[in-house]
Write a protein that binds this ligand. Sequence first.
Ligand SMILES: N[C@@H](CCC(=O)N[C@@H](CS)C(=O)NCC(=O)O)C(=O)O
Length: 215
Amino acid sequence: MATYRLHGFGRSGNTYKVAMYLAAAGLDWEPVFVSVAAGDTRDPAWRATYNPMGEIPVLEIGARKLTQSGAILMELADSTGHFAAATPEDKSEILRWILWDNHKFTNHFAARRFIKAFAPQEPQPQVLEWLKVHIDQNLAVLEQHLATRAYVVGSKPTIADFSLAGYMYYPTAETGFDLAATNPNITAWAARIAKLPGWKHPYEMLPGGIPKPLR
Ligand SMILES: N[C@@H](CCC(=O)N[C@@H](CS)C(=O)NCC(=O)O)C(=O)O
């Protein structure tokens, strides 16, 4: 059994954040297929065993089960030293970007992708539009930040990059955003992250296959 067991599937960009890290750090890891689409995370037995919050990713390390991609990445950086902060100031900066990612960036981007491409109900146009306004604002923040730097914090890739890049590689047909056409700095940064060791597209890195967007 691998040292790190990552529960999730390729559709989950939050799981992919941790998968990218484990691969790039060259750690001994294996994926464990858990499908939100199939209802696995709503199963009371799964929740009792893995995560009462009902979310993937879950990272199993021996008897421990870690959840919340940001907290997982922080712990992995601390315990392995890979992609960790170079200074205490950088560590605060990394936490700042991970919190922003969770609260503002991934939050809106992933919710819109889900509503647009995977939710069984027809999306309400006003909801899609409201989310798009917020996503455009957040993309502009990251785009500007990356205008003068290669990575999000410091001069090398850190866990902040893996967190923010989690949803960058999904197709436009799912996300509704053609970042290559609108955000050159983000696109160049995502391409830099994709050159790190072990990088694969989420649908190759994690189990579950390539989903068909419903619309
Ligand atoms: N902030 C959490 C978000 C986790 C999250 O939203 N996971 C989704 C899949 S990407 C999930 O498990 N959703 C199941 C549900 O909400 O029912 C993290 O970064 O780990």
